[in-house]
Ligand binder design. Structure first.
Ligand code: ATP
Length: 312
């Protein structure tokens, strides 16, 4: 007797936010992108994406900032789902449901996390078995940060950030505090401001810093805090002048290091322990210098299927 398995009816995948421990911005390439050298760490703020077979393509977003996310064809998760269907030559549609916890337009790769989660979810839904390499290629076409949101952990990114390489890092857990801003910053606007501020300067090639590599090898949070760096920070400060006060306040309150995350405006602070992170979060909130404050640890895994949600 053979048992026919019912078709898979929904797959849920969680994907993490990222913080750039280092973001070095080199010259503009012929294709208009900047050549980057970056070090990513995946941190424990997650979006959750569920894909379900449907007659028409659609996306639904829930969460505190849901109204800031487009639900038309420009939604990165929807584009990711379509790219998997195209790759497989499938004439199928899905409904994409996003439970959003990653700040929107915060420099933490929220849209990219949704795209990464959706790639993996569709791969599961359609039993495509695409594998990490093929999914990584689809991811790179969708956006510079999408491959890292699939991979997670700690990784170096070159090219426009999409070419990942492993980093020699001591095992261990880092404790972060994130100060969120009320208004987002557009990534292209921050790069444009960076170009404006550098006008007339000779921009060197983007290369990893020895201090960052040494800090990660040692696993020493104090050394990592001192090595944090972001070439986009002056541009983010220029567009949102209040951000430099946030960084300063966090450092005065005892953070081991602090910087604008990616293109901002989220400010990331590294602390030495869970208690240190709680103290800093309380101080930042009480001072009123930051809006919402969140805590998370890292590194965490990349996009992964939520067990029990893969209904089959
Ligand atoms: P990054 O750090 O990768 O530069 P970000 O974290 O600053 O990105 P996102 O949250 O990815 O910014 O959002 C950038 C813009 O992308 C939003 O303003 C929104 O209009 C658009 N967007 C498209 N799809 C999504 C999605 N699924 N989630 C969030 N934003 C999306």
């Amino acid at each position: 007797m053979s048992l026919a398995l019912p078709p898979t009816s929904a797959v849920t995948v969680r994907a993490p936010a990222k913080v750039n421990l280092e973001l070095r911005v080199g010259p503009v390439r012929d294709d208009g992108f900047h050549a980057l050298s970056t070090v990513y760490m995946a941190v424990g703020l997650h979006d959750e994406v569920t894909v379900t077979p449907a007659d028409e393509w659609s996306v639904e977003v829930t969460g505190a900032q849901a109204d800031l996310v487009p639900t038309d064809a420009s939604n990165l998760a929807l584009r990711a789902a379509r790219s998997v269907a195209d790759e497989l030559g499938l004439d199928e549609a899905v409904q994409v449901r996003i439970r959003k916890d990653i700040p929107v337009a915060g420099g933490m790769a929220g849209g990219s996390a949704d795209a990464a989660a959706t790639l993996l979810a569709c791969d599961g839904l359609w039993s495509a078995g695409l594998g990490r390499d093929e999914l990584g290629e689809l991811a790179a076409r969708l956006g510079s940060d999408v491959p890292f949101c699939l991979a997670g952990g700690i990784a170096m990114g070159s090219g426009r950030g999409e070419q990942l390489a492993p980093v020699l890092a001591a095992s261990g857990r880092y404790h972060w505090v994130f100060a969120l801003a009320d208004a987002g910053l557009s990534t292209p606007a921050v790069y444009a401001e960076c170009d404006r501020l550098r006008e007339g300067q000779d921009v060197p090639d983007a290369v990893p810093s020895p201090a960052m590599m040494a800090a990660l090898r040692s696993g020493d949070a104090e050394a990592l805090g001192a090595a944090l760096n972001n070439d986009l920070q002056p541009a983010a400060f220029s567009l949102q002048p209040g951000l430099s006060d946030v960084v300063e306040a966090g450092l005065e309150f005892g953070a081991l290091g602090g910087l604008v995350s990616g293109s901002g405006p989220t400010v990331a602070f590294l602390t030495g322990s869970a208690e240190g992170a709680l103290d800093l979060a309380v101080s930042l909130t009480a001072s009123g210098v930051a809006g919402d404050v969140r805590r998370a640890t890292g590194p965490v895994a990349g996009a992964h299927v939520v067990p029990g949600e893969h209904v089959g």
